[in-house]
Design a protein around this ligand. Sequence first.
Ligand code: PPE
Length: 311
Amino acid sequence: MQELEKIWMNGELIDWADAKIHVGSHGLHYGSGVFEGIRAYETPKGSAVFRLTEHLQRLQNSARLLNMELPFTLEELRSASMKLIGANGVAECYLRPIAFFGYGELGVAATGNPVDVVIMSWPWGTYLGVDGFEKGIRAKISSWTRVGPNVIPHVAKATGIYLNSMLAVMEANRGGYDEAILLTDDGFIADGSGENVFIVKDGTIYTPDLAASILPGITRDTIIQIAEDLGYPVVQKQLIRTDLYLADEVFMTGTAAEVTPLREVDDQPIGAPGPITLKIQTAYLDTVRGKSERWSHWLEYASTERARAEA
Ligand code: PPE
């Protein structure tokens, strides 16, 4: 990864190399953490963090679901994020806030362990490759089932859940595919390893509803609103794998993946990138890059120069 100058750790900006934790940290042993993935974009008015408040609200919800008390308020984390962007001076970057049970006792119950909170930022290019972003990726239905609502709360963006994603994406990659699509225990489409899934059929857009063990993606919510505004009906319902095979278009969304078209699922070709996918991809990029007045309320500006001078 490309290292930047500073990392925000437990209330302070410290040098990248000094952001260390003890090997006895609870989160390392038991995956007891929550995190976010947020992108800041270069816009005509400077660096803008896309839907920062909603991401931090989801972090708070995730923590609540793990019975974890965050030692910082949303406002404190917001200003820490802005300060970090300023200190690192890179307008276009990915932000990774993470909170985890730290060093204290070991043993599964995290009673009395401190909660460590860290925010990293670094430049993260196209998640699934430039070629995939433009021409579409090849995905495979995973043999791993997506964690269910009574396994780990899937609404939480919890670190431990990502073992499920890791197994799925590595299996897919070993088979020569770019990404995995996980189904629920009942066989309904859930998520990609790091994205939500959308299908286009006869001019209507479909996406799994929130009951299908999906992460309630902020990009998903963004795309639903943008697509409806463009005049496309969006239906949230249970979908099965054959809906993918028979789709006119399939795309995936996520902070990292943005809007990535699929050109194949399980070796079955899908027309990609489809016209509706392209329209939505363009509208999304215009939105995050501050070219769309309609959605300007989603941009939270960081002043890199000023913040850098103050740091
Ligand atoms: N589902 C999963 C399982 C998921 O990890 C993500 C985000 C999404 C859906 C989309 O959520 P949102 O970003 O709010 O639209 N995955 C993040 C982490 C990827 C990683 O490799 O790390 C991301 O996109 O930032």
